[in-house]
Design a protein. Structure first.
Length: 237
């Protein structure tokens, strides 16, 4: 008769849980075509399994929320998993924060300010925060335009990235900040406007991903109501 999981040594159970609950590639929290293949139901069969497996599920996976609206979805995800599970999170992807500009002054848009505040309060053990390449690309294009001599020049670059850096530093665990970027970049309108050099000076790591530099519309974010019935938010609580 095969032994049950409960009869196995804890160390062996943990290895089995890693096989069932952890995957090498990022977990697509919202994924229509290829839902994640994690055997999460095992956590709800036994209280001991929940206690032992929960830190592996949330702490050993990297959570990705799609290419659009990811900051809105992060808020929903953190509400879904609750305050017990959120502190286990170590690695998440998010949109590069957007800013609004009024007469040369910048501030974060409400959605991104809100998600950063939630991350600061709930993700107390976060180790890595990665911004998606599409949203980093859009910010590069925005800075390249507004930082040109015909607009606000270099000061807008410094104000914008310093503001975002301050919000990143407010996360208690001081996670490593990784910005996904394409190998190519926009031709600077101002020779001294080296956006990536400024990003690196803030201690952020630039991670080159496959693909070509292609500027999407900066304001091209689908409203949540337009995600359609096929976009399923899988149960995580």
């Amino acid at each position: 008769m095969a032994p049950s999981l409960l009869s196995l040594p804890r160390e062996l159970r943990i290895e089995i849980f890693k096989y069932l609950l952890v995957q090498r590639e990022p977990v697509e929290v919202v994924n229509v075509r290829n839902p994640h293949r994690l055997e999460r139901n095992i956590l709800y069969t036994n209280k001991l399994f929940l206690v032992e497996g929960r830190p592996l599920l949330y702490g050993h996976n990297r959570f990705h929320f799609g290419r659009r609206n990811s900051n809105l979805l992060i808020t929903k995800f953190l509400d879904a998993i609750g305050s017990i599970n959120a502190p286990y999170l170590r690695n998440i992807y998010m949109d590069f924060p957007e800013v609004r500009e009024i007469e040369g002054e910048v501030s974060l848009v409400d959605v991104d300010l809100h998600v950063l505040e939630i991350i600061q309060s709930k993700c107390t053990n976060l180790q890595t925060l990665t911004t998606t390449v599409e949203t980093t690309t859009n910010m590069e294009a925005w800075l390249n335009y507004f930082g040109s001599p015909n607009c606000f020049g270099r000061p807008i670059l410094d104000k914008t990235l310093d503001l975002i850096a301050a919000h990143f530093r407010a996360i208690p665990s001081l996670p490593k900040i990784i910005l996904e970027v394409y190998e190519g970049r926009p031709t600077p309108r101002e020779p001294s406007l080296d956006i990536r050099e400024k990003m690196e000076s803030l201690g952020w790591t630039l991670e080159v991903v496959p693909g070509s530099y292609c500027v999407a519309s900066y304001y091209d974010r689908m409203p949540m109501r337009d995600l359609g019935p096929g976009m399923i938010f899988y149960r995580w609580w």
